[in-house]
Design a protein around this ligand. Structure first.
Ligand code: GLY
Length: 583
């Protein structure tokens, strides 16, 4: 059966979608990073009967849905979508970055995760991101080739397919749509067209990158222009022919090392050759009778998510009501405590012995809950001074469910939008600046203002602590919600709010994804908010002592709910082009 897209299930919603796609005020507001809250009667989930992919970019979502319709399972579809987005969504889709995949395998009654996070090259040193004055030099980790981690995406997607694919598709089969899109080009539109001109100057610092993303006159490609990526097609073809070896060894690897080191990097061929993705047991917990399955270290996502949920579980959230000051207050206080633990304890598990079992235990949640004053914000700034976060938007999340009940929740990233901006000459591979997620010095913060300590200092072969939180919620062993988001530090609080909105407030998934969100990460001691909260609610929060700051920065929780009515897809309306594609 030919896959087709269920964009919206009512006429009203279809009209909203058309308006958004045609450059309405809402879309323009989104482009400026300002979110206009939709009302519940304009937001409806997309519906599919058998299988669905919800992703940030529509062509790639359709690529995955097509694989599902041809008998592929959720992992096959996730791999095809991941490679396609490396072409069609260069802002965050990638083969030059890394990420995390959470898989629920219905056939095997198993939940597992694949960690394909970037790794620091062997020549990395603890003080690599410090300036001559011994203080963190953010230009080194964010704007230079020193910030590039060994990419994990190719190895991670290949491992997922080998271990959990249906066996009906080879890696080469699943790469063909991506190869064709890179070779033949596609018309730049939606979020890609909205963001590329803003980032073009950064990308144009490197001639190999400039060539790909510029018009003949050297200015940025724009809405309606064709993006052709010939070198990327060649690199993807090498992977199709040889598997991950086509990327991590041989001519592509040599070009990557040359390109990165010519720009000041410290890569060796051995760094690439020895890169390994890791299959890890997920962080597991429960919330009001549902099982939560999320990403373990080196992502802090699952641990922080479980700690906040455990704190909230003791509050009567439905009685406090969604969006009210009392419910938001306890949510903020729970976030504050869990993010503080993140800063203190978490890092790459190969290097750090974090007290995970304690942090995600119900009795620890109860202890944390007992410290919350229901009328007053708890101040946390006494402990450390904090640097305000530089708002960025990056990373991308997609969710997949197939007809057999397998589910994939995948978040992958280049860190900043378009990563560090460097394409290694001749590869077409846009490279990450993921090593900025390390803590340059104890007490320093990364681009999201996340403070860290010893546990997350740079080191050779170490993976920087992440916030990416691909998550699957199960009831009686079956997926009911697949969710995740981009947004740096804001990822975890976004996933938390989607889960609480669905499970506690019984919101349908589209309304839960669209609802305004807020964020607190311990330090800086402030509540970041989106537009859409009432003035009265914000005044009540301020009266409790919360410092409210706008904007929150961009998140995009592309989610799927599995319901008796079918698969309900919620492409996040905050960014143009997110799509639910199913059959
Ligand atoms: N680079 C964002 C994260 O991994 O959390």
């Amino acid at each position: 059966m030919t896959p087709f897209t269920f964009l919206r299930c009512t006429l009203v919603a279809t009209l909203v979608w058309i308006a958004t796609s045609c450059g309405s005020v809402q879309a323009q507001e989104q482009r400026r990073g300002v979110y206009v809250s939709p009302t519940s009667d304009t937001i409806h989930p997309a519906v599919a009967k058998h299988g669905m992919v919800v992703a940030q970019e529509r062509i790639a979502a359709k690529v995955g849905a097509d694989v599902l319709a041809r008998g592929g399972n959720a992992v096959d579809a996730a791999v095809a979508t991941g490679f396609a987005m490396a072409v069609t969504y260069p802002r965050a889709g990638n083969i030059g970055g890394g990420g995390f995949m959470v898989i629920h395998s219905a056939d095997r009654h198993e939940d597992i995760t694949i960690d394909y996070r970037e790794t620091a090259p062997a020549a990395t040193t603890r003080d690599m991101f410090l300036g001559a004055d011994g203080k963190p030099d953010i230009a080194k980790s964010r704007d230079s080739a020193l910030g590039i981690g060994i990419p994990g995406t190719v190895a991670g997607l290949a491992l997922a397919l080998e271990k959990y694919g249906s066996g009906k598709f080879t890696l080469s089969d699943l790469l063909q749509p991506a190869i064709a899109l890179a070779r033949d080009g596609f018309v730049l539109t939606d979020d890609g067209a909205d963001t590329l001109p803003d980032w073009h100057r950064r990308l144009a610092r490197w001639p190999a990158t400039k060539k790909i993303f510029s018009r003949d006159d050297g200015t940025s490609l724009r809405d309606g222009d064709k993006l052709v990526q010939t070198d990327l097609a060649t690199t993807l073809t090498a992977i199709a022919a040889q598997g991950p070896r086509g990327f991590y060894q041989g001519p592509v690897a040599e070009r990557l090392v040359d390109g990165i080191n010519s720009a000041g990097g410290i890569f060796t061929l051995d760094d690439l050759k020895t890169y390994q993705p890791v299959i890890r047991a997920p962080v597991r917990g429960s919330y009001r009778g549902y099982d939560i399955v999320s990403m373990p270290l080196p992502s802090s996502g699952g641990i922080v998510l479980m700690e906040t949920l455990n704190i909230l579980e003791g509050f009567p959230m439905p009685e406090l009501r969604q969006g009210t000051a009392p419910s938001l207050h306890v949510m903020i206080e729970a976030m504050k405590r869990a993010y503080a633990d993140r800063a203190r304890y978490l890092g790459d598990p190969a290097f750090v012995n974090a007290p995970i079992a304690i942090l995600i235990a119900k009795d620890y949640g109860a202890k944390q809950r007992a410290s919350i004053d229901l009328d007053r914000a708890t101040p946390w700034t006494d402990a450390l001074s904090a640097v305000p976060p530089r708002e960025g938007s990056n990373t991308t999340h997609y969710s997949v469910v197939d007809a057999a009940g397998n589910a994939v929740s995948n978040t992958y990233t280049l860190n900043f939008s378009y990563g560090v901006g460097l394409v290694a000459e001749g590869t077409g591979v846009l490279l990450n600046n993921e090593l900025d997620d390390f803590t340059a010095a104890p007490g320093a913060s990364n681009a999201y203002g996340l403070v860290g300590f010893e546990a997350n200092l740079p080191g050779p072969g170490k993976r920087p602590l992440s916030s990416m939180s691909p998550t699957i919620v199960l009831k009686d062993g079956r997926p009911v919600l697949v969710t995740g988001s981009p947004g740096g530090s804001r990822i975890i609080s976004t996933v938390l709010q989607v889960i609480v909105d669905v499970l506690d407030y019984r919101m349908d998934v589209a309304s839960a994804v669209a609802a305004p969100r807020l964020h607190h990460q311990w330090l800086p001691d402030e509540v970041r908010i989106e537009r859409g909260f009432s003035d009265a609610t914000l005044a009540a929060l301020r009266a409790m002592g919360h410092r409210i700051v706008e904007p929150m920065g961009q998140t995009s929780a592309n989610s799927i709910a599995v319901t008796p009515d079918g698969l309900l897809g919620a492409p996040d309306p905050r960014t143009r082009g997110a799509e639910a594609s199913g059959y």
